[in-house]
Design a binder for this molecule. Sequence first.
Ligand code: GTP
Length: 268
Amino acid sequence: SSSGQMGHSFRRKPVIIIVVGMAGSGKTTFLHRLVCHTQASRIRGYVINLDPAVMSLPYGANIDIRDTVKYKEVMKQFNLGPNGGILTSLNLFATKFDEVIQVIENRADQLDYVLVDTPGQIEIFTWSASGAIITEAFASTFPTVVAYVVDTPRSSSPVTFMSNMLYACSILYKTRLPLVLAFNKTDVAQHQFALEWMEDFEAFQAAMRSDDSYMSTFSQSLSLVLDEFYKKMRSVGVSAVSGAGMDAFFEAIEASAEEYLETYKSDL
Ligand code: GTP
């Protein structure tokens, strides 16, 4: 087997699920739902919290950044604001991430999935060096998938939908990992419109034309880019509140993990 960047050998299990999403998309609630689902289905899960600033978590984390890095003290010590404090805390934790990988490796035979919660402000993880280091450390040792949580009711306007998908697209190209779109809050709004827009380019264009903030040529070019992106995606509708879509979500994760193994680890 090929050796990871940090000297760990690559394994097929557990599958790492990195949960990201815009603030308020329901990441933490969704992660809580995933934890409940794994426990009820006898799926062996392990939970890592990477948000140093979260006050209280609805689920129990096996590894919690808050046990190692005290966010408020980091803010004081380095004279930082809230976002600088979160970023610096993540940097400090990233320097010890080899130990986290080691802990998971030691338990690998007893685990199916590792669920990873990320800071509330998405760009602190997706656009930072430490986010990249952590992602790379996971992906060089285990099959790793990004779950992008979408606030479905808030994405019902074509322009907002496109912005959200462009962000997801940038994460795909930055991480180069399989991405699962989890359309959350389907208890409030079904995600059918999103599936239709992703499958039928012309349906999306028609919706765009009826939007006030429509910018003809620009939007048309962008939706062409996204058409390519959608082909690489798996989409599922979920509700963190009702628990709908959990089986479909894990099927999408499994298919993505297979894709990961085929793409990156064909030598195994
Ligand atoms: P951060 O604290 O920034 O990480 O936010 P988050 O993205 O983790 O969102 P959080 O889980 O705190 O949820 C945001 C809001 O959306 C809360 O009021 C949740 O109750 C609500 N919410 C989350 N998931 C669902 C869902 O499936 N359905 C409905 N109706 N509300 C949801």
